[in-house]
Design a protein around this ligand. Structure first.
Ligand code: ZN
Length: 145
């Protein structure tokens, strides 16, 4: 009986932690390791950590994690590519960029925290890598549960 209770508490704790702090991996094959990320609707702040498990440099196979309304994604990406590597493929002071990590190369790790209130009911949100060409594969849905 004791063991069951302890197990139940551990389960709750790890669930609560996982839902406000999310991790996603990326690699030299131009891939994220997931197509969907879900954070807890009861989080006040959400933190996403991006790892790059490859070895290629950021100017060759750089990855970032950018949160955007799905409807804004294509237009935001056009401006991100225009911004260029010097600006880490992100348009400056752009309200469409809801949250963004640094652009990292192989072996790197970076994270970003943002307010849960950025996510509005009834809107569709996506995460995407803004390195030119990567969005075709490196994107997914971001939701709250
Ligand atoms: Zn990328």
């Amino acid at each position: 009986m004791k063991a069951l209770i302890a197990f139940g508490l551990l389960g709750l704790t790890s669930h609560a932690m996982a839902s406000c702090e999310l991790t996603i991996d990326s690699n030299d094959a131009m891939q994220y390791d997931r197509k969907e990320m879900t954070a807890g609707a009861d989080c006040s702040e959400i933190t996403v950590t991006l790892n790059h498990t490859g070895t290629l440099a950021a100017n060759v196979m750089g990855h970032n994690w950018v949160l955007v309304r799905t409807d804004d994604m294509q237009a935001m990406l056009n401006d991100a590519w225009a911004a260029g590597l010097e600006q880490q493929y992100l348009p400056a002071d752009d309200a469409r960029v809801l949250a963004a990590t640094d652009l990292i190369g192989g072996g790197g790790s970076t994270s970003v925290s943002f307010d849960r209130s950025l996510i509005k009911d009834g809107e569709s949100y996506s995460f995407v890598c803004t390195f030119p060409g990567h969005f075709a594969v490196m994107q997914g849905r971001f939701t709250l549960n």
